[in-house]
Ligand binder design. Structure first.
Ligand SMILES: Cc1ncc(COP(=O)(O)O)c(C=O)c1O
Length: 382
């Protein structure tokens, strides 16, 4: 069995939601995640229960047909059809396949970006804001526009992880239209598009130099399930990706994901609540960090901090986990990403931590590995 003391990593290397380095029970509010904290939807649970208790035989053969209802439900959600879609095991499977296929092509990633994307596309050019300049959606869009004039493939998440920046749909469509003649393709990871609002996806347009990736994990609060889709009119690329995918989907995952997509009642209600919670979090953070908070419309917010370790450790002492980015790795910026709390108690917990976070804490040159602070039980309030 692995011993906890061997697991202590620099927090910048720990993905959101991974509490394995921290003592059991040390965290009561995990804001490091980036999925819907109210999930999974009841319909998804019911579908799984039904499958296991009433149709156990369906577990016997490989689920060859499972992708059809999934893609049909996804297409209905996106007001398109299934002709240009593939089903896969989350956006991750598509990112990995695309990164493998495009190794010899000129690829740019608009950074900062999801760490998985940075790893898969490590061979690409990372296009970031100028050093010391706090990025904005407009600057991100400008880099995307320039990249589409200079590269064959341009990868970005929209809304972005970790900054939460959203580039308006029509701006990206215009860029794709303008660069069609030179054969540049935009790969848009829409992992968080549902949090931004309805009707924002680029899937279903008539452009052939566009690849759109989405999953059913984050918005439905079940990132433990592996299910997602790729949309593109580029027949060759779609075929090439398909050949790299696993031969079939995971039945339990796709069953829950299809039921979530068919449930039109649950998602809008939870997303509305999350968005207003996130707005409240933004105000709370701005009260403490001012303009260093990146304004956004989705479910998390990013705070730019030159040295995020002391603030991260301070919040850990209040039993709150956040996602730390050191800014040391290519394509990242230093700071903390926080998902929105959802109850009064959780907001009080965050407020108490922020009120006691001193400027000294923020600027001190603490040891960059902060987990050691939490060996044993927390010593601070809460
Ligand atoms: C922008 C972005 N894309 C893709 C992924 C991976 O998503 P999936 O769970 O759909 O494989 C993540 C996970 O955090 C992400 O933040």
């Amino acid at each position: 069995m692995r011993h906890a003391s061997n697991l202590v990593r620099d927090p910048s290397r720990v993905q959101g939601g991974d509490l394995t380095d921290l003592p059991e029970g040390a965290i009561t509010l995990d804001l490091s995640i980036c999925s819907n904290r109210f999930g999974p939807p009841p319909e998804a649970i019911a579908a799984l229960a039904d499958l296991i208790t009433r149709q156990p035989d369906s577990l016997t053969p490989p689920p060859y047909r499972a992708q059809t209802p999934y893609l049909e439900a996804f297409a209905r959600r996106l007001h398109t059809d299934t002709r240009h879609m593939l089903a896969g095991c989350g956006v991750t499977e598509f990112l990995a396949a695309l990164a493998r296929l495009l190794t010899d092509r000129r690829v740019a990633v608009i950074t900062p970006e999801y760490t998985g994307t940075l790893e898969y596309f490590a061979y690409a050019d990372f296009l970031s804001a100028d050093p010391g300049v706090q990025d904005t959606p407009e600057m991100r869009f400008q880099r995307t526009r320039e990249a589409m004039m200079a590269y064959e493939y341009v990868v970005l998440s929209n809304p972005s992880n970790p900054l939460g920046h959203y580039i308006p749909r029509n701006d990206l469509l215009r860029v794709c239209t303008h660069s069609q003649h030179r054969g540049a393709t935009l790969i848009v990871d829409e992992e968080y598009i549902a949090f931004q609002g309805n009707g924002r996806s680029l899937a279903g347009t008539d452009l052939s130099n566009l690849v759109v990736l989405q999953s059913t994990g984050k918005a439905n609060g079940m990132p433990g399930t592996r299910a997602g889709m790729l949309w593109t009119r580029d027949t060759h690329l779609r075929g090439d990706v398909q050949r790299l995918l696993l031969p079939w989907l995971y039945l339990l995952d796709i069953t829950a994901a299809t039921a979530a997509l068919q449930d039109n009642a649950w998602l809008p209600g939870t997303l509305a609540k999350i968005k207003s919670d996130a707005q409240r979090l933004q105000q709370l953070l701005q009260g403490r960090f001012g303009a260093r908070v990146s304004p956004a419309d989705i479910h998390y917010r990013f705070v730019h901090l030159d040295n995020p370790y002391p603030a991260h450790r301070h919040l850990l002492n209040y039993r709150i986990n956040t996602r730390l980015f050191s800014g040391d790795e290519a394509g990242t910026v230093p700071g903390l990403r926080l998902a929105a709390p959802s109850t009064e108690e959780e907001f009080d917990q965050v407020q108490a931590a922020l009120e006691t976070l001193t400027a000294g804490d923020e600027n001190a040159d603490h040891h960059r590995h902060s987990c050691r602070a939490l060996r044993g039980s927390p010593t601070q309030p809460m």
